[in-house]
Design a binder for this molecule. Structure first.
Ligand code: BTN
Length: 290
């Protein structure tokens, strides 16, 4: 598959193809599915260590907001909490979007929220999936993870210079493509629906939705995103265990506050606000012991 770099003019009649694309993933197909001119450039790579790493290195040389990196496979895909994001070739979405948001560093978590809402809405409209969001921003279908988001920012003096929003969505891979330890926790669109999907169409829809939620965040603030996040949440009200860097705590996930922190009520009645961690659902509701 030929891949390359394509900075396509925003004339929908005369899309230039350059060297990119074949199969179900091409920058031209993505551009023709976009609803506006917010996204400027798509860089398509066959194999890459990580689209986030690539975007960050590009950005050091002068980022253009609205640049998107997509790859057929990643050798060292980055997941949350220093984990590896398993990235088999030719079947899934590995993408990173570069943005230069004029928001405070303390609100950067809402970029990930915007991306989670974008993915959930895109997968609902493109594949009819009932996607929910597990705190902080795992995309879930039928209790299994179908996608994840890793946002990395570069900032100075409480200003974000640029943000790289990395999105991984399992589209056409099957459980046999995942390592055994992931097979019972991960799923894909194909696994759930039995159908093969065009990655270009899904990426275009994710980008349209990301534009929408990003503009809402920068225009109206984080409140509408938080409301929608809670509506799509599969975490609130559940008894959960959260693994932090140095401790494991459990309690009822009562809320997510205005800073995007999980509010956990412990058995002692104490409320803890948690900014990041690994969450496991223990059972639906009721009492629990620590
Ligand atoms: C998670 O652990 O849930 C976040 C996973 C994020 C994976 C995506 S794949 C595209 C982008 N590039 C990376 O190296 N990671 C993100």
């Amino acid at each position: 598959m030929a891949t390359g770099e394509n900075n396509i003019m925003r004339d929908k009649q005369g899309l230039e193809d350059g060297t990119i694309g074949s199969g179900d993933l091409s920058s031209n197909a993505i551009f023709s599915g976009l609803s506006g001119d917010f996204w400027k450039k798509i860089i398509h790579r066959e194999s890459i260590n990580s689209t986030n790493e690539y975007a960050l290195s590009l950005s050091l040389r002068g980022p253009e907001s609205g640049t998107v990196i997509i790859a057929e496979s990643q050798a060292r895909g980055r997941g949350r909490m220093g984990r590896v994001w398993v990235s088999p070739p030719g079947s899934n979405i590995y993408m990173s979007a570069v943005l230069k948001p004029e928001i405070a560093v303390r609100d950067a978590a809402f970029l990930t929220v915007a991306a989670a809402l974008a993915c959930a809405h895109a997968l609902r409209s493109e594949a009819g999936l009932n996607v929910t969001i597990k705190w902080p921003n795992d995309l879930m279908v039928c209790g299994k993870k179908i996608g994840g988001i890793l946002t990395e920012i570069r900032s100075a003096h409480d200003e974000i210079n640029f943000a790289v929003i990395g999105i991984g969505i399992n589209v056409n891979s099957l459980s046999k493509d995942f390592p055994a330890e992931l097979a019972d926790r991960a799923t894909s669109i194909k696994e759930v629906t039995g159908r093969h999907f065009s990655r270009s169409r899904i990426i275009a829809q994710v980008l349209n939705e990301l534009e929408r939620w990003y503009k809402k965040l920068t225009g109206d603030g984080s409140f509408p995103l938080l409301e929608e996040w809670k509506r799509l949440s599969c975490t609130i009200g559940k008894v959960v265990r959260v693994t932090l860097f140095s401790e494991v705590i459990s309690g009822i996930a009562e809320d997510v506050d205005e800073e995007g922190m999980l509010v956990l009520r412990l058995a002692s009645g104490e409320r803890r606000r948690i900014s990041s961690g690994d969450l496991t659902e223990l059972r639906q509701n009721g009492f629990f012991s620590q």
